[in-house]
Design a protein around this ligand. Structure first.
Ligand code: UDX
Length: 441
């Protein structure tokens, strides 16, 4: 294996930019490649094109070290790299649950003709199981070096908001490989991370692909499980917060991803469970994961139920009421609005004739661009002015710190729906607020 392999990262979106920057900081020579010239120009100028705590500082450091460069040239990538990481997006196909592999295929088709010597191509994107086997054939057919070019799969588990830490100190590394050489090349490409004692699972390509979707499906299932319990709690006047707290203390269950509320969104969990169910059906094992359809349905019902709670609090009607929405991002510490439950709820209430105003600490620009029909405000109190109801949709810490008495001064009515169980219910009720939350009476 190459002692210190030179790395390329194909696709400098969220995953790729983070990976490229962190690898350069860890000491590797890295070339970041993207077809988007604007993105490449920004990164080369030291600007991270998305919100991620800690990453801008590391980009500056990596550029100053001289180890990180960016380019749009696949010829340069082929010439430069020993190990090529594929980090392009795999979105949901419009009008289908299936995963769209256009970008992955395009990355292979663009890179392969420039691979004239032995090299390892490593897929990091989340793909339907079986994709890597097909890509191996495609890669070796198109590469001048033929079977001297190998494909491996190394799924990525990073969370937005914690991307740097998750990359530098992952819980585990999964190496899906077809040969000892590929395994050794990957070990060389992750040497500093392995030296920290990070566990490695070496496995086949299909298992490596599956690990990612299995992990995300489990997390989604855990969230929908507690949200299903919230539905039951509501029916009998029980309290899902106390229920979740009690379950969490059983360390076989644990409290992570057991927070009830408006449910999951983002660019991964929703599309990954749909694509997994779809793929399983294609390969004849749909029944094995049919529960994922239910996980998705429970998750969507939480959005509808949040709108219902607002309606109930407003005396049966959304139309004509002033509604302050706190939060637009799919989760706090992110500016990502992909499949954001918060914006889904805001748009539904707008569609029902509510006068909706939205505020988010980081995602306002993205929300404005995507949904110009909604109204926005510059801070939490601003959007709450004269509101008939305040609806907390994303649990940013700044919302937790808002004083119920101060807020009471600006609203028309003291009514609040806590879509994320983020507030201290007793404190708000003491301050004279009608407080409602999913799964609690
Ligand atoms: C997720 C996975 O965690 C990560 O490993 C994978 O690589 C990509 O997908 P991310 O989409 O960044 O990461 O968000 P995450 O922090 O996992 O949250 C997902 C969603 O679940 C958010 O909408 C969050 O609000 C929601 N959630 C999370 C809950 O509703 N309840 C919980 O208890 C936890």
């Amino acid at each position: 294996p190459t002692e210190s392999p030179r790395l390329t990262v194909i696709g400098t979106g969220y995953l790729g930019a983070t990976h490229a920057i962190c690898m350069a900081v860890l000491g590797y020579e890295v070339l970041g490649i993207d077809v988007d010239e604007r993105k490449i120009a920004k990164l080369a100028a030291g600007e991270v094109p998305f919100f991620e705590p800690g990453l801008p500082e590391l980009l500056t450091k990596a550029l100053e070290s001289g180890r990180l460069r960016f380019s749009t040239s696949f010829a340069e990538a082929g010439e430069f790299g020993d190990v090529h990481f594929i980090c392009v997006g795999t979105p949901q196909q419009p009008g289908s649950d299936a995963c769209d592999l256009t970008y992955v295929n395009a990355a292979i088709d663009s890179l392969a003709p420039h691979l004239a010597r032995r090299a390892l191509v490593v897929g990091k994107s989340t793909v339907p199981v079986g994709t890597a086997a097909e890509l191996t054939e495609r890669l070796q057919r198109l590469a001048p070096a033929g079977t001297a070019v190998e494909l491996a799969w190394n799924p990525e588990f990073l969370r937005e908001g914690y991307a740097v830490d998750d990359t530098m100190h992952p819980d585990r590394l999964v190496f899906g490989v077809a040969s000892d050489w590929a395994d050794q090349q990957l070990r060389a490409a992750f040497r500093p991370v392995l030296d920290q004692g990070t566990p490695v699972i070496r496995t086949d390509l299909a298992t490596a692909e599956l690990v990612k979707v299995a992990a995300n499906s489990f997390l989604a299932t855990k969230i929908s499980y507690i949200n299903a319990m919230a539905e039951v709690c509501e029916a009998v006047g029980a309290d899902v917060k106390d229920l979740a707290d009690s379950l969490a203390l059983d360390d076989r269950i644990g409290g992570k991803f057991l927070k009830p509320g408006l449910g999951f969104g983002g660019g991964c969990l929703p599309k990954d469970i749909r694509a997994f169910a779809h793929r399983a059906e294609e390969i004849g094992v749909g029944q094995a994961v049919s529960f994922l359809r239910e996980v998705d349905a429970i998750n969507r019902r939480r959005r509808a139920r949040t709108v219902d709670l607002v309606r109930e609090l407003l005396g049966g009607q959304i139309s004509g009421h002033r509604i302050a929405c706190w939060g637009a991002a799919f989760k706090p510490n992110s500016d990502d609005i992909r499949d954001a439950p918060a914006l889904d709820v805001a748009r539904t209430m707008h569609g029902l004739g509510g006068h909706v105003r939205v505020y988010d600490p980081a995602a306002l620009d993205n929300a404005r661009r995507a949904f110009p029909e909604l109204r926005y405000g510059e801070n939490a109190l601003d959007v709450a002015r004269d509101a008939d109801v305040v609806v907390l949709l994303t649990e940013w810490s700044e919302f937790r710190e808002i004083d119920p008495d101060a807020l009471a001064e600006v609203v028309a009515h003291r009514r609040i729906v806590d879509g994320r169980h983020a507030l201290d219910a007793a404190r708000w009720r003491e301050a004279g607020w009608e407080y409602r939350a999913l799964g609690r009476s």
